[in-house]
Design a protein around this ligand. Sequence first.
Ligand code: PLP
Length: 228
Amino acid sequence: MIKEKIKKIKHRINEAAKSCGRNPESVHLVAASKTVSADGVKSAITAGLHIFGENYIQEAIDKIQSIADDSVSWHFIGHLQSNKAKYAVRYFDLIHSVDSIKLAKEINKQAKKINKNQKILVQVNISMESTKSGVTVENAISLIREISRLENLSVKGLMTMPPYFNSPEKVRPYFKGLVQLKDKIISQNIPNVEMNELSMGMTGDFEAAVCEGSTLVRIGTAIFGERA
Ligand SMILES: *Cc1c(COP(=O)(O)O)cnc(C)c1O
């Protein structure tokens, strides 16, 4: 039962937060719903979830239109191509995956057209894996400075996808790395840039992420089961 699974995960998030001296209310659960049907998402809404993270624009639009529930907040967590930015600004409250000035400018342009202030996170490739999206730690601050000048974008924080390990403890240094970068950015006092959100932690490692300071955990498998 999805209801039981969600209850269990919320409990684990709360316990992880408390055990590290964090307020559990500062951590939000983003249900990673790629490949999950609209009915699957509806069950999760009924079970009390209200933030969903999608990876693919077309799949997401179909679902968002079919669910048509204003109480739901949709986040875009996948790799975003510039030519899809137009749809991303129309349908998503927060885009987690901005990692280039080209993409940021396109999102800004499309947001301007519909008179929206688009909230974004900057995705950081903290592990420097060549297969991963995200700006390098080295280039993150200059990218954020450039983005800060774009009028219709608001930077709210950072996101990362660490490498996969079978032990969450191995992922912890990457979470710490994102927190260090966040603190460095805060110390630069860049106008129009907030660092209140850290999007990190998935099914296999969310407790470590919560402990290190995550405010948005993106959890799919533990809620919806294994993806096909
Ligand atoms: C699929 C996905 C998740 C969720 O992963 P699980 O291991 O199923 O919890 C989180 N973040 C992103 C960007 C994803 O694509």
